[in-house]
Write a protein that binds this ligand. Structure first.
Ligand SMILES: Nc1nc2c(ncn2[C@@H]2O[C@H](COP(=O)(O)OP(=O)(O)OP(=O)(O)O)[C@@H](O)[C@H]2O)c(=O)[nH]1
Ligand SMILES: [Mg+2]
Length: 201
């Protein structure tokens, strides 16, 4: 678990452009390597991408859960052929049953597709505990041998003793390729994610 508090600078942000927004996995453009930002609604997927990317069309962030309703497909470039997908979140109780089912189906379709997914960044509010959805994602990632990186987000909301406790707890887990304690808002500890994406291009 990465616990140093390095602040992610503007100079390190990845140049990206939004290639499109898609409601179905089969509509996604071809790519040779991609990573996806997945997780519960309101966990900060779009915020993480917003802090990581330098894009004329940055991901939309909202305090209201259920903001991202399509897959936002970004291409890192121009010299790298890596794509990033910002997913709608699952588990938002207030959205209609139809929407909830659609978002879960979208994610499952994606995870079970033959797309060249080189890494999955699973965002989670660090004040929550792992739920069945995250464990199910971990099972699928293991099956498809895709590195699953758990991003415990909103670390800025924890005090030092809460952070230490969290680190102790997560040390015992073995479902994840890596566990990061981050803050999208304060841009803390984002270098690992950036370097991972960078290494794919
Ligand atoms: N304090 C704090 N708030 C954060 C952080 N990251 C995101 N947020 C807030 O959490 C809320 C949700 O952020 P989003 O990035 O829209 O979350 P999302 O996971 O993309 O949500 P959906 O698109 O609905 O699935 C917003 O109010 C953000 O400002 C963080 O690191 N710290
Ligand atoms: Mg979003």
């Amino acid at each position: 678990m990465i616990t140093d508090k390095n602040i992610f600078s503007d100079a390190k942000r990845l140049k990206a452009h939004l290639e499109g927004k898609f409601g179905e996995v089969k509509e996604l453009p071809p790519s040779s390597a991609e990573v996806a930002f997945i997780g519960r609604s309101n966990s900060g997927k779009s915020s993480l991408l917003k802090s990581l990317l330098n894009s004329p069309n940055p991901p939309q962030v909202s305090a209201r859960p259920g903001k991202t309703r399509l897959m936002f497909f970004y291409r890192i470039g121009p010299e790298r052929n890596v794509s990033l997908v910002d997913f709608p979140g699952y588990g938002y109780a207030q959205s209609s049953r139809v929407f909830r089912a659609r978002f879960s189906a979208m994610l499952l379709d994606y995870l079970k597709s033959g797309r060249p997914v080189r890494g999955l960044f699973l965002a989670m509010d660090s004040r929550r505990v792992l739920a069945e959805e995250e464990l199910e994602i971990a099972r699928i990632a293991r099956e498809r041998k895709t590195p699953l990186i758990l991003c415990l987000n909103k670390g800025d909301q924890l005090n030092q003793s809460q952070k230490s406790k969290l680190i102790q707890e997560y040390k015992k887990r073995d479902e994840f390729f890596e566990i990061l304690l981050v803050s999208a808002l304060k841009r803390q500890n984002l270098s690992y994610i950036r370097d991972f994406i960078h290494s794919l291009g």
